[in-house]
Design a protein around this ligand. Structure first.
Ligand code: ZN
Ligand code: ZN
Length: 362
């Protein structure tokens, strides 16, 4: 059995855990990262239909050859839109009373198509069945993430050699992305963040045409996507000699980050990991400046379960890959965030990101 076939079997087994009165006998997968996870298909248009003993991948003519090459599923090619409408006869033939759907990834329009086409059928949200499987990575997935992390860190190291005050944030973001691709990444995992000075207090600011300023904080948040898998890292650079206040706040964030990493081990709730970071910042009276969660899972997507936040935690398991990224954001001063990609191991964790966490003065 291929790794993909095993994942599909696990997804079908996941349906079994849904309440008997709601339990669907088949699953309509419309979220592309889930389709990729279950089939290996990397194209941009597909629906996967899973029924007991069958996997049908629907796509359009652009992906006919590719789907047959990449997957071991039955492939159906549809020319007309919406594909889900074209699939109705096959869904009907399956004769199921209940289908699992991915409620977070199916438009109201398409649900309408299903409900109209299959009037005596119920559609049950089975949103977390595949996401739940994806949380724990296989050896192959971990290898891909390691590679994405390595490329990310190497690109940072290379690009930072050319970093000087005066070059624009955009220019440096492009340099980072160029290095990642030159080193073998498919693309950046998300729009690279390079923000200098007080604007770094905007947690997810976009790089601008403004210059990197001397004697101001510079926040760099970047990720590489390799063979479908993401990495994520944030580092702070200081062009100049950092003053007392910068150092004090930086060290507090670093201490919080290390405390959270220390808390990562199998069996622990991700909420406890979040709490460990918050506790350190509270002692320094900086907890109110920490306005986001401590981290997130990553893999085929840059943000995926589990959450590492105050609420809605998951029990950590060996094979999960998460980020640890506390930060503080101060109006008029700037933001400080330190982020690593971390693998949960059998006994604790391994910080995959090799880049130094000293405040980098250039
Ligand atoms: Zn990040
Ligand atoms: Zn992140």
């Amino acid at each position: 059995m291929s790794e993909f076939a095993a994942r599909r079997a696990a997804a079908m087994a996941g349906l079994e855990r849904i309440d008997a009165k709601d339990r669907p006998a088949g699953l309509i997968v419309t979220h592309l990262p889930n389709v990729r996870y279950l089939t290996g298909f990397t194209g941009s248009n597909a629906i996967l239909v899973l029924t007991p003993g069958q996997a049908l991948l629907a796509t359009d003519p652009r992906y006919d050859l590719q789907a047959r090459e990449e997957t071991d599923c039955e492939v159906a090619v549809y020319k007309r839109y919406p594909m889900l409408g074209q699939l109705l006869p096959k869904l009907k033939r399956a004769g199921l009373k209940r289908w699992g759907i991915e409620a977070g990834h199916l438009t109201v329009d398409l649900l309408g198509v299903l409900e109209k086409g299959l009037p005596k059928t119920r559609f049950v949200s089975s949103a977390s069945v595949v996401e739940g499987l994806r949380m724990v990575k296989s050896a192959d997935e971990i290898e891909r993430i390691r590679r994405a992390v390595r490329i990310n860190s190497e690109a940072f190291e290379k690009a930072v050699e050319h970093l000087r005050p005066g070059i624009s944030e955009n220019f440096f973001a492009a340099e980072l992305e160029f290095q990642m691709r030159a080193l073998g990444a498919e693309r950046a995992s998300f729009e690279t963040i390079v923000v200098s000075g007080p604007r770094s207090a905007f947690v997810h600011a976009r790089p601008s045409g403004d210059p990197v300023l001397a004697n101001e904080l510079l926040l760099i948040d970047m990720g590489a996507h390799c063979e479908g898998y993401a990495s994520d890292m944030t580092r702070m650079v200081f062009p100049g000699v950092p003053g007392k206040e910068v150092k004090r706040r930086y060290n507090a964030v670093l201490e919080a980050q290390l405390a959270a990493i220390d808390a990562v081990r199998p069996g622990v709730s991700s909420v406890q990991v979040d709490r460990a970071a918050r506790y350190v910042l509270k002692k320094r009276e900086m907890d109110t400046l920490f306005v986001h969660s401590t981290g997130h899972g990553l893999g085929l997507e840059i943000h995926e379960p589990p959450r590492v936040a105050r609420r809605h935690g998951s029990k950590l398991r060996a094979g999960m890959v998460i980020t640890i990224e506390p930060g503080v954001y101060i109006e008029g001063f700037g933001g400080i965030r330190i982020e690593d990609t971390v693998l949960v191991t059998g006994t604790g964790c391994e910080v995959l990101t090799p880049t130094s966490k000293e405040l980098l003065a250039i």
